[in-house]
Design a protein around this ligand. Structure first.
Ligand SMILES: [Zn+2]
Length: 386
């Protein structure tokens, strides 16, 4: 083959985002860039639940829940993977004799070679996830995470000869270090001198074996989210000129302002509570909204949490929200509003239903040639008798 034609084919191949078929691992790797598994809550079981990562897939079925009817939908439509928001398995399964729907779903999926993947509280925790979609639907702008997560940031300190400081900083930033809110490439740099004495087995970048060497170095300090640790350290080792790279890692207790539970934002214009509930009922397609007494204030600031969000009431009040939209409120929990806020329970399924479209849009954008399908099954186990 002429060299030029060969080069053209190689380039062409690289720039195709995907083919109709791909490995399951390509799909899950992408989903985990949107919602890293590390961001899920301790009780959760997000990730690949059933299936081999090297399995070839041609079509994904997207659903809020993974029920038997959804597995049947996948079988009927030749989908080799089901991506659901809620994991079908939360705790260990000890028997597979079909007694519970969880066992039956898992067994049926395995028998039909269908992979099951869940993207749950990790998708609840990101800026462009479940809560952002609720805000989009209700016209809530100027958004922030309601309860930012702690313990997911770390600090890296490393010591680099001045000549290579730029190269190392750049590599760290490309690997995802140095992001704080709307700022990227953040670092703190101080100049000093480092010393080392190489032994006879070493091949030092500068200095001689057996003689203490002093080198002018830059101490670079930057932060990164823990899920990127191996990537950041690999970038450091590859970009750093020394044979033995000196670095320190510190666990931080800082909150990560872009990762966490719930979201709070503002409506463009204040609206009275009754009109806003009517708008929610219409746009979130909910049969009924359970709510606390009106406070008499117009609604401007709104907190949301898809699914069971009563644990965030204090943060919603502290954020100055006029209304808190969530689901799964218990009778006694409604008392906690105490006239400071209106709690609006819009139903668990209703609050999260548009997560399916969110996932489909993201997958279509990333893999335009890969087929995705929303389940036609209404998995909401709750019915309203009106
Ligand atoms: Zn949920």
């Amino acid at each position: 083959m002429p060299e030029r034609l060969c080069a053209f084919i190689v380039i062409f191949d690289i720039f195709i985002p995907s083919l109709n078929t791909m490995k399951l691992s390509q799909l899950t790797a992408y989903l985990e860039t949107i919602a890293p598994l590390h961001y899920q809550e301790d009780y959760d079981n997000a990730g690949l639940i059933v299936g081999q990562p090297d399995k070839e897939i041609t079509q994904a079925l997207i659903s809020l829940d993974c029920t038997e009817a959804v597995v049947d939908d996948a079988i009927a439509n030749n989908c080799e993977v089901i991506i659901s928001h809620h994991p079908i398995v939360f705790k260990g399964l000890k028997k597979f004799n079909g007694k519970t729907y969880v066992e039956r779903v898992v067994e049926k999926a395995i028998r039909h070679n269908i992979a099951l993947y869940a993207i749950h509280t990790n998708l609840d925790s990101v800026l462009d996830g479940v809560n952002a979609r609720i805000c989009d639907t209700l016209g809530i702008a100027n958004r922030h995470i309601l309860s930012p997560k702690q313990n997911i940031l770390k600090k890296l300190v490393t010591y680099v000869p001045i000549s290579h400081a730029d190269q190392v900083r750049n590599a760290l930033f490309v690997a995802g270090a140095g992001n704080i809110g709307n700022y990227t490439e953040t670092s703190f740099n101080t100049e000093g001198s480092g010393t080392f004495k190489a032994n006879e087995d070493a091949t030092p970048y500068v200095g001689e074996a057996g003689v203490r060497h002093t080198e002018n170095e830059i101490k670079i300090e930057t932060i990164y989210p823990v899920n990127l640790e191996s990537k950041v350290l690999m970038a450091l080792i590859l970009a750093h000129p020394y044979e033995e790279v000196a670095y320190d890692l510190y666990a931080l207790t800082n909150q990560h302002q872009q990762i966490g539970s719930g979201m709070v934002g503002e409506l463009d214009n204040p609206i009275n509570a009754e009109d806003f509930l009517r708008l929610i009922k219409d746009r979130m397609q909910t049969g009924v909204i359970k709510h606390t007494e009106f406070t008499g204030k117009a609604i401007k600031k709104v907190a949301v949490c898809g699914g069971s969000g009563s644990f965030l009431l204090k943060q919603a009040i502290a954020a100055g929200a006029d209304m808190f939209i969530t689901a799964d409120y218990k009778y006694h929990e409604f008392f906690d509003a105490e006239g400071k806020i209106i709690i609006a329970d819009i139903g668990h399924f209703e609050s999260e239903q548009f997560t399916q479209q969110l996932l489909q849009e993201k997958l279509q954008e990333k893999f335009p040639a890969f087929a995705t399908r929303l389940t036609s099954v209404n998995t909401n186990p709750v019915r309203y008798f009106i």
